[in-house]
Design a protein around this ligand. Structure first.
Ligand code: ZN
Length: 478
């Protein structure tokens, strides 16, 4: 039988606020365990939560960017479950009045676009972290509550994805949107962005959904893809044998690359959701909504398509430029100063990105300013320096932060266009290389490029190659 794969994703993104969702504790990652805690996030009796407005606004911003309908009346609920890293034994989340519902996100797959519907976007608190010591013989686990209470945005998609290509694009697109809006640092290696996939199979052509399996413990985008591929294989084998797929939650093991049954799927009623009595509902008025809307930048895919349309860049180049907002901004700033989009794009993609990678530069604090790159390109176009020398100047600009003019002056890199000076160098080169002239007269055409190379060497690459070429041809009698 032929099957269609049906995939939905749940995404958790830690919001990059300075403090936690309901208390003033810091959210800084990687500090000494249990040093960023207080009675509120430790769930002591009698304490009361106070909402972090910034976290709420980041959530609102994200819901709007994902084209959700916004619930003007939104409330928080208690989700009851026991887990050692959850000190209150319940999590404050949203169930009855999610902040945003019925949205969508446009993804790009193999050159065409597709809308993936978003079921809801809501805000909740993060749990702590259990640490299981790996030394043989230890029979205990440790718990770090620094993470408990960090604001967590949950984005739930509809099961609209039909293969790993779409899943991959969904994850990349969502990550880029959150980064563009500066609401999460999206560091998967630190757990601030996590995905869970639900996968089911159905007979091709059927519109009935099959039993779905949820996969947890996916620590990288690669793991998500591998787990889906594994699960598709496992489920199709079951279905081929006429068996049913159990509705369950499975854990992915990245080492063995297999999923293991964790528990049968819990239902909403298992969590005993009820409205959080310690928090007031949040009412969103038009003015606030309008303000937040105003803080949403142009989103990555829109920006990429605009770059192709307006600046006539290739789809590939636009994709690279808009991968990080910083570089897309840098590009546009440069174009405002000098209308040479193609040259600017080339310099950013080939040189700036390489320098950033090689020197491990902080992209939010680049040593080069758009104005400086624009003037470098102008200098090249005027013929003051060759493109080879320009690479040297660029590297120096990155190193010292100096203007290209200053570097060219200091290092005397300006191109030599003085014909009489070039002529005298050519004469010297010809005099010291009589055999090359002989070769040339015998018909060895590459002897000319050899002489050309000698002249460039004499001038440390600074002679204007066009002039050298013309004068040289005159001298050897072409
Ligand atoms: Zn706290």
């Amino acid at each position: 039988m032929e099957y269609e794969v049906v995939i939905g994703l749940e995404t958790h993104a830690e919001l990059s606020t300075l403090t936690k969702l309901f208390c003033g504790c810091s959210t800084k990652f990687g500090v000494e365990p249990n040093t960023q805690v207080c009675p509120v996030c430790l769930g002591m009796p009698g304490v009361l939560p106070v909402m972090n407005k910034k976290a709420f606004e980041y959530s609102l911003k994200s819901a709007l960017a994902l084209h959700c309908e916004i619930n003007k009346f939104t409330n928080f609920d208690r989700k009851s479950y026991y887990y050692p890293d959850l000190p209150k034994n319940y999590q404050i989340s949203q169930n009855y009045y999610n902040l945003g519902v019925n949205g969508y996100m446009t993804i790009e797959v193999n050159g065409s676009t597709k809308k993936i519907r978003i079921h809801n976007v809501h805000l909740e608190e993060e749990a702590g972290k259990l640490i299981h010591p790996e030394e043989i013989g230890t029979n205990y686990s440790l718990v770090d509550f620094n993470r408990a209470g960090v604001p967590l945005l949950e984005i739930v998609s509809y099961p609209d994805m039909r293969g790993v290509d779409e899943v991959d694009s969904y994850m990349q697109t969502l990550r880029k949107i959150l980064l563009y809006m500066d609401v999460s640092d999206c560091k998967m290696q630190e757990g601030s962005l996590r995905f869970e996939a639900s996968i089911s199979l159905r007979e091709k052509g059927s519109d009935k959904l099959g039993n779905r399996v949820e996969i947890k413990n996916l620590n990288s985008m690669k793991a998500v893809i591998k787990a889906i591929e594994y699960e598709v294989g496992r489920q199709s084998k079951l279905l081929d044998r006429g068996e049913t797929v159990a509705r369950e939650t499975r854990l992915w093991d990245a080492v063995t690359e297999r999923s293991e049954r964790m528990r049968s799927k819990e239902e909403a009623q298992d969590y005993r959701y009820f409205p959080e009595p310690d928090l007031l509902p949040v009412l969103i008025d038009e003015k606030w909504l309008h303000e937040i809307k105003g803080t949403i930048p142009e989103l990555p895919l829109d920006r990429k398509l605009r770059f192709v349309e307006v600046f006539k860049l290739s789809d590939y180049d636009s994709g690279i430029l808009t991968e990080e907002k910083v570089f897309a901004d840098f590009f546009e700033e440069c174009v405002k100063i000098l209308n040479r989009p193609k040259a600017i794009s080339n310099w950013i993609i080939n040189d700036l990105l390489r320098e950033v990678k090689d020197r491990k530069l902080d992209i939010h604090n680049l040593p080069i300013k758009p104005k400086q790159l624009a003037s470098l390109i102008e200098i090249i176009e005027k013929g003051t320096i060759s493109s080879t020398i320009a690479k040297e100047v660029f590297s120096e600009m990155i190193q010292s932060g100096k203007n290209p003019h200053a570097i060219i002056e200091e290092k005397k890199l300006a191109q030599i266009s003085d014909e009489s000076l070039i002529e005298s160098i050519i004469e010297k080169v010809i005099a010291t290389n009589p055999e090359a002239i002989e070769d040339y007269k015998k018909g060895k055409k590459n002897a000319l490029s050899f002489l050309m190379g000698q002249v460039m060497k004499e001038t440390k690459g600074k002679a204007n190659p066009k002039i050298v070429n013309e004068l040289l041809k005159g001298k050897v009698g072409v």
